[in-house]
Write a protein that binds this ligand. Structure first.
Ligand SMILES: Cc1cc2nc3c(=O)[nH]c(=O)nc-3n(C[C@H](O)[C@H](O)[C@H](O)COP(=O)(O)O)c2cc1C
Length: 348
């Protein structure tokens, strides 16, 4: 399926409804945006399977981001780890956008089983933040990259953007290290592809036609992964024919070999507060990458399969840690951007 990537561009002229929706959702904010406008920026954040597992509650000058547990992915994410990382990504976008517009956000994470993230919106001077303008342009770019290194100065900028309390980011650029991580990705991918529950959950979030992607406003639209647009009824047939263990493992090895490096994000503890901070750290890393023309894509398989995660932590030299995200980076042309649900529908 990945080989069909180039076709995605050829199909763009047929995506008019998709394009209009995309442009509406990603338009820049006016100088004096409403809280709803700022929340739209928040929803452009990275999030697992593009389920958008969030709800926003606005009470005077406090925006609370709440988990939407009806959008859990119980197979790939049984403890809601990805879900809280995704809420962290949305938090970071919101805080960047409010700061730029002179409405600085003060973040506190509520306690409890389903903690919300309360962001008290204050008043202050408008703040320049070069990451702000990149919010509508950041994307997960699941294609082969150009195979060239990223210069050390840019790697330092990525590391510095990702600094966050309670989060470590390890960067690997040596080919031998990346090859070793590639084998963990392949082991994780093999386990997932042999698990019918994983495949079935993934299929629920695939969108093959622009019409379906626009009508749900969520999920993984084929061209965003470098695959062609097809009628919705043909998609499952193609999926069955091309989504094979060998083809996917080959694709991941090739994609990692084409990347400049791999970043691993690790929270100091395995709890929602730390997962949210991991999300904030990753989102800043990805936005800084976008500012530098550096793309990112998740290769989380080593941390999604718990037995492999333990071995991966040992390989990292951190046997007691829970690695949270694995992300490759490098340079490549963009792929089509993903959609979001209309912002009005995520307000509760
Ligand atoms: C916690 C988390 C886990 C993710 N896991 C994966 C993954 O395993 N594979 C993948 O291709 N993308 C993964 N992604 C990327 C999402 O699929 C992507 O953010 C979403 O589809 C929205 O697309 P965008 O990032 O281009 O806006 C993950 C993102 C987050 C925040």
């Amino acid at each position: 399926m990945a080989a069909a990537g180039a076709l995605a561009y050829g199909f763009w002229p047929r995506l008019d409804g998709y394009r209009d929706t995309l442009e509406r959702q990603r338009r820049v904010l006016s100088a004096d945006p409403t809280l709803l406008d700022l929340i739209r920026m928040s929803t452009l954040a990275a999030n697992g399977h593009n389920t958008q597992p969030w709800k926003f509650h606005v009470d005077e000058a406090v925006i609370t981001i709440l988990p939407d547990l009806s959008r859990r992915t119980a197979v790939v994410d049984p403890d809601d780890h990805h879900l809280f990382v995704s809420l962290g990504c949305a938090t970071e976008n919101l805080v960047i956008a409010t700061g730029v517009h002179g409405r600085p956000g003060d973040v506190s994470v509520e306690s409890g089983a389903e903690p919300g993230i309360a962001i008290a919106i204050g008043n202050g001077p408008r703040r320049d933040d070069p990451l702000y303008e990149t919010i509508p342009h950041r994307q997960s770019t699941r294609s082969a990259y150009d195979g060239l290194p990223v210069v050390p100065d840019d790697i330092r900028l990525l590391e510095s953007a990702a600094q966050q309390d309670g989060v470590s980011v390890l960067i690997f650029t040596e080919p031998a290290q990346c090859d070793a991580i590639s084998e963990f990705v392949v082991a994780g991918n093999t386990a997932q592809m042999q698990d019918p529950a994983f495949v079935s959950e993934l299929r629920e979030w695939l969108r093959y036609s622009p019409a379906r992607a626009v009508s749900t406003g969520d999920g993984l639209f084929a061209p965003c992964s470098g695959n062609p647009v097809v009628p919705e009824w043909i998609g499952p047939l193609l999926f069955k024919a091309f989504f094979t263990q060998d083809a996917e493992n080959r694709k991941y090895r090739d994609h990692i070999r084409s990347s400049a490096g791999i970043a691993v994000f690790i929270g100091d503890r395995a709890d929602p507060q730390h997962w949210i901070n991991v999300g904030r750290s990753f989102e800043r890393f990805a936005l800084q990458g976008t500012a530098l023309g550096i793309r990112t894509a998740h290769i989380n398989q080593p941390i999604e399969v718990s037995a492999i995660r333990t071995e991966f932590a040992r390989w990292l030299g951190m046997p007691d840690a829970r690695p949270d995200l694995v992300v490759r980076f490098g340079r490549a042309p963009s792929l089509p951007m993903s959609l979001r649900r209309p912002v009005e529908t995520v307000i509760v």
